[in-house]
Design a protein around this ligand. Structure first.
Ligand code: HPA
Length: 274
């Protein structure tokens, strides 16, 4: 069964209980094997991949981003919805707020972050003018309106390396650069999706005010608790958006700038569709 829609679940979204007929599959990729769940949602074939693993055992800097996106491409996925727990840099985005990322600032370091590593002798640069698919963002916004859910239509996502939280000085710097929310996993996920020519949208959930803004130390259990209380709304939003998706190709996102070439150790066939 080919799936053209995928959901990548962040902190708090691990279970596949919103998918009918879940079926776990493991796919080989040039970057390692990936286990994910396939099934149906709102009458459509979907794939679900909890990025931290189903028991939240994989920290942000060890997530196999390239393997994950490659595996989704092998399944035939064209559209990816992601969720992302975030610290808020803005008073107006109080904990519990939902927002659609529309830009990012990349403060990660040392993560493998491209399919185009030049091993095939070809230099490729990928346009990032609209990293997050405008059509998917529009559908999410429309679904949120129908459901009566507050969803900020734009947010600049700052991605840090983690796994530590930020210092208050870093948060002040990110806010002055235009960041609205801070998380640890959105990059390179969105970059790899664009390189593969996949539409990608990220629903950010503000789980806490970022370091220095809440007047007390941060704690991961606070993030998990806030995500747990937002999860029902996020799932409703995803299901209502998937219901609205038509099958026509996206008219907004540019195709991949070139074929994705596996390295010499590749045992897998069928790279993500470009
Ligand atoms: N910083 C980074 N990542 C996060 C935060 C934060 O404050 N909250 C949830 N994910």
């Amino acid at each position: 069964m080919d799936c053209d829609i995928a959901v990548i679940g962040g902190t708090g979204l691990y279970g596949a209980d919103w998918i009918e007929g879940p079926d776990e599959v493991t796919l080989g990729t040039p970057y390692g094997a990936v286990t994910l769940v396939r099934g149906r949602c709102a009458g459509r074939a979907v794939a679900f991949l909890p990025r931290h693993g189903s028991g939240h055992t994989v920290p942000p800097h060890r997530i196999p981003y390239r393997a994950n996106l490659w595996a989704l491409g092998r399944l035939g996925v064209r559209r990816v919805f992601a969720t992302a727990a975030c610290g808020s840099l803005r008073e107006a985005l109080a904990p519990g707020s939902l927002a659609l990322c529309d830009q990012f600032l990349d403060w990660t370091r040392g993560r493998p972050s491209t399919f185009f590593d030049g091993e095939d002798g070809v230099v490729r640069h990928t346009d990032m003018t609209e990293p997050y698919c405008p059509e998917l963002r529009g559908l999410l916004a429309a679904a949120a309106r129908d459901l009566g859910l507050a969803l900020a239509p734009r947010a600049t996502y700052v991605c840090t390396e983690g796994p530590r939280f930020e210092t208050p000085a870093e948060i002040r710097a990110y806010a002055s650069l235009g960041g609205d929310l801070v998380g640890m996993t959105g990059v390179p996920e969105v970059v790899l999706a664009r390189e593969a020519g996949l539409c990608y949208a990220s629903v950010a959930i503000a789980t806490n005010y970022a370091a220095g803004l809440a007047g007390r130390p941060l704690d991961h259990s606070e993030v998990v608790a806030a995500m747990t209380s937002s999860m029902a709304a996020v799932r409703r939003l995803l299901v209502a958006t998937i219901q609205r998706l038509d099958r026509a190709p996206c008219a907004s996102c540019p195709p991949a700038p070139g074929p994705l070439r596996p390295g010499p150790a590749d045992g897998a066939s069928g790279p993500p569709a470009g």
